[in-house]
Structure formats: structure tokens, C-alpha cells
Design a protein around this ligand. Structure first.
Ligand code: FEO
Length: 395
């Protein structure tokens, strides 16, 4: 990608990473790739907002050079330490060593511990302003949205918010704007991003959005550091974040399981049928066959989770153990759950699943259901009633 014009004298000089399929150390699958957006503002002070992953430093610098010599950069805004946005900073600083970097105190500390650069650094706080010519930049600290150093940068003259990770999506595209891409794909990727990265931070995100709303900043455009820029309807993604942060959930049930010889799967399908026949939407996943990132996205608006596992060594099976370990960290608020599974001689999986549900802070609303070996007709009926009973609690 060469530089793309976002607004007059403002360019996206970032890069599209078409081929990345795993992110954050394999915690997030990125089937549509991603982008690392960085914004170059041409004003009296040439300003670069964020950089890109280190391996794309050369492309970033070429993109900048297609507009101005990088040596002319005066200011660099570092909204976030994480290396997908700061990795190219050392290479950029080699070209403009006198440029001043701006960020939060935590950002300064984090950048130093990553790159050990002796750079001129200006610490900024919420409401601090930086005049760059006819424009100014206003900073808004956003700790834990999603790292302690995170910050938003706002340009009042353009009514442009650059919130770094917030409102982003892992969505590689040759297009820049929301009105140029499939809106369903865009919202799907935005929801997936929120669910997999921001789910446990809902309370903090809600307060931050309310703070921004109290400031009454007109926002015509939101330019995140991943994916597509929101210009058609920025309120759409803000409202979606408000809903997700408030943990608004639908009468929808996720049945997710891992099975050894098929008995737990038989149970899962009868349970799901019970939920369906109660008029409640259900989504069923074999954890061992399904991408975890996609399941977590489906959990974002689901009120109930029913997790199942066959017993192995008095415990749950390893794929669902990995899934539930991730689930525990999401700490979904206001949700309900239950557990089920088959066993041969000594059980253990259902109790293990229930224990991790409790650790996640999710309410167990009915006793777990265990079946020895293969479920018979009577036991399948119990599975069906189990699903119906659970559905009654999510309505
Ligand atoms: Fe896209 Fe927190 O980095």
C-alpha cells in the first residue's frame, strides 16, 4: 500500500498485512489479515501519529517518503506502546532524530523498555493540546483501553478521532473507509475484535466513552490503527461499543463441547434441540473443530453458555480446557452457564468445567448433567429437558 489520503493533508501511511493469520501470540486468528494504520499530518509541524510493526518499517518509511522526506517529521504521537504500533519507531527516529515523541507517562516508560531509545519525549495528559499549525491535537488518556499506556488523539479542526486500537478491526483491505466495504463484514470483524481483546474491559470502556461524550467533541471521523476508517457513520461503532461494554446480551445460547467417542456430542445436540424448541436461538460448536476466535465473537451477545466435555483422566479434555482457560480471562458479565458431559467409570469433567465457569464469575444456573458411556433414550430425554430448562432462564 502506498500512502492513502484520509483528509486534505492527512494520509494513512500505514501498511496492510494481508497474510497474518495469528495475532497476539496465537490468541487471535486473523482470517482476513489486518492493517497497521499510521497517520501523517502535513501542517506547520509535520506530525506522524503511530507507526507500524517493526517488520514493516521499510514500507512505512517508503509510504512517508512518497509524500515528504521522513527527515522533515517534527512530531510523532505514540498513542500506544504495543509493538504493532510502535515497532517501526526506532527506524523512523533514525531518519528524524530531532523529532519529539509525545505520549503518556506509561507510554514513555514502555517505549524505553522496548527500544531503549534516548528520544526527546513530551509526556501528555488528558486535555493537553499540541499546536501543529492551523490544527491542534488534543490528547485523552485511555488507560486499559486496552493497555495502561493507551491514549486517544483528537483533532478538533478536522473532528477526527485517532483512538489507536479502540474501534479497530483485523480486516485487511485495499479500501480505506466504511462506506467502501461490506458493512456486515466490517461489523463482524469489529465485534470479533471487541470480543477477543476488550471483553473483560467493558466497565473501563464504558466510562471512557461516557467521558468522551461528556466532552461533547464533535466526531466526524474515527481513524483507528487497525482496519477500516469510520466516516459514514462513526456513531454506529460508538453505539456498538456502548452496547458491548454494557454487556447487553440476547436470548441466545452457545453450546460448546469437546467429545471423545461421540457421547458428549449426542448430549450436546439434544441439549441444543431443547433450547431451540423453547424458541431460543442456539449456536453449537465442537471446540476441537472450530476456531476459538469465532466462538468468542458469538459469545459477545449471548446470554447463556452450556459447556460440555467427556471425562479424561478425571478431568475435561484438552481442547475445551484451553478454550475455558481463555474464557475465564474474558470474565463475561451478567451471563449464565451450565455444564454437561459423558464419562466411562469415574467422572470429573463436569465438575472441572463448573469450577472454571465459577472462576470466570459466571453464574451456574442448574446442576451439571453427566451420563455414563452412551446416552440411552431416557438420558437423551434428560438432555433435551436440560436444554429446555436452561432456555427458560435466558428468556
Ligand atoms: Fe494493536 Fe494493542 O495493539
Amino acid at each position: 500500500m502506498s500512502a492513502n489520503k484520509v483528509l486534505p493533508d492527512i494520509y494513512n501511511v500505514g501498511v496492510v498485512d494481508w497474510n497474518v493469520r495469528n495475532f497476539h501470540g496465537h490468541t487471535y486468528t486473523t482470517k482476513r489479515g489486518t492493517s497497521y494504520n499510521a497517520y501523517l499530518i502535513l501542517d506547520e509541524k509535520i506530525t506522524l501519529v503511530d507507526t507500524v510493526l517493526a517488520s514493516f518499517s521499510k514500507e512505512l518509511i517508503e509510504n512517508i517518503r512518497s509524500i515528504i522526506p521522513p527527515e522533515k517529521i517534527d512530531y510523532i504521537i505514540a498513542n500506544h506502546v504495543e509493538t504493532d504500533h510502535s515497532g517501526a519507531l526506532p527506524e523512523v527516529m533514525k531518519l528524524c532524530p530531532k523529532a519529539k515523541v509525545f505520549g503518556t507517562q506509561k507510554c514513555k516508560e514502555g517505549l524505553y523498555k522496548n527500544y531503549y531509545g534516548n528520544w526527546d519525549f513530551g509526556i501528555v495528559k488528558t486535555s493537553d493540546k499540541l499546536k501543529i499549525g492551523k490544527r491542534e491535537l488534543v490528547f485523552l488518556e485511555a488507560p486499559m483501553v486496552h493497555w495502561p499506556d493507551s491514549m486517544f488523539t483528537y483533532c478538533p479542526q478536522e473532528e477526527l478521532l485517532m483512538p489507536n486500537d479502540a474501534f479497530g478491526q483485523h480486516f485487511a483491505s485495499s479500501k480505506l473507509f466504511d462506506d467502501e466495504v461490506d458493512p456486515c463484514v466490517l461489523m463482524d470483524e469489529a465485534a470479533k475484535y471487541y470480543a477477543n481483546i476488550l471483553f473483560p474491559l467493558g466497565g473501563i470502556i464504558l466510562k471512557k466513552i461516557e467521558e468522551v461524550q461528556r466532552l461533547n467533541l464533535p466526531i466526524k471521523m474515527i481513524a483507528p490503527s487497525h482496519g477500516i476508517i469510520w466516516r459514514k457513520d462513526p456513531a454506529k461503532i460508538i453505539n456498538a461499543y456502548l452496547s458491548w461494554a454494557k454487556s447487553v446480551a440476547l436470548p441466545k445460547v452457545i453450546v460448546a463441547y469437546e467429545t471423545m467417542w461421540g457421547s458428549t456430542e449426542k448430549m450436546a445436540k439434544r441439549i441444543a434441540q431443547g433450547v431451540t424448541d423453547s424458541g431460543v436461538e442456539v449456536k453449537l460448536f465442537d471446540i476441537a473443530q472450530t476456531d476459538r476466535t469465532e466462538i468468542v465473537k458469538e459469545m459477545l451477545d449471548a446470554k447463556g453458555f452450556i459447556f460440555g466435555s467427556s471425562t479424561h483422566d478425571n478431568d475435561m479434555l484438552p481442547a475445551i480446557a484451553g478454550f475455558l482457560y481463555f474464557f475465564k480471562g474474558l470474565k463475561p458479565k451478567g451471563r449464565i452457564a451450565s455444564a454437561f458431559g459423558s464419562f466411562g467409570w469415574a467422572g470429573g469433567a463436569v465438575a472441572a468445567v463448573e469450577a472454571i465457569i465459577k472462576e470466570a464469575g459466571v453464574e451456574l444456573v442448574q446442576p451439571g448433567l453427566s451420563v455414563k458411556y452412551v446416552p440411552d433414550d431416557e438420558e437423551l430425554k434428560r438432555c433435551y429437558e436440560f436444554g429446555k430448562g436452561f432456555a427458560g432462564k435466558v428468556k
